[in-house]
Design a protein. Sequence first.
Length: 289
Amino acid sequence: MHPMRKTFYLDPIFPFDLVYHGTRYSMNELPDHLHDLYEIVYIHSGKGTFFIDHALYEKSGGDLFLIPGNTIHRAFPSAEEPIVSTAVFFAPTLVQDESLGEGYDPLRCFDIARKRKQYKLELSEPLRQLIEHSINAMAEELKAKTSGYRHSIRLDLQKLLLGLNRHNLTKESSSADNRIGPQWIKDALRRIDRNPVQCGGLAELSEKACVSPAHFSRAFKQLTGMNVTDYVNAKRLVHAKELLLETDKNIETIALTCGFQGLPHFYKTFKKLTGMTPRSYRTQNRNGS
């Protein structure tokens, strides 16, 4: 199945949402999905795994995950020890509306995570305390909604991001790999991520992995929740959306550039994932809808 697009209905002046201390059960979890908002997930307790972009991560109490916008992900909580977590959702405009001239980008920690393909952070105790304090403060402000609560939430979010950014800067040379799963799955996912247009299909990917197509398909579906074709198409659509908004190329050219077999295939896949046609997506988002 294709990843679903999660829709948020937020105030455009204050694009923020918080799911505080939510208990996660397998039957209530979304399938593979993505959304435009940036997401910070902090695990308070429990165990499980997290599929993000192209890898699986173990998760337990005290872990934190950074999920940039339009990144495919899915949670797999343990049935015996359900995850209790807090998820913070926000649009970049909430924290990037001003510059003090020192070149600081509050979203740099997300850029580093995407560049490294490492979305799980190893936290020091002081940083863990900062995160928990910021989350609790934002939750209290959102519940009380007293005068200035939006300013307070934004300040707490910015402070949280500042702590994460400073932490990441001290870890630039780290080579730790928190992903789990067979190495050949990691290699295949990296190959798809680097070039979803020319990564090859199941036969070529399984040949390079030195496993049978049937075994590759079963393991890939088990670890990612998607079959190879759906995963590759989802990656191609992410690139297509960027081209629709950032270039003036016609839709047929974008379809072919992103590896789709003509307009009908592109339109069908795009609408199934986003709920709208490529033309509507381009028009609405360029108009700031």
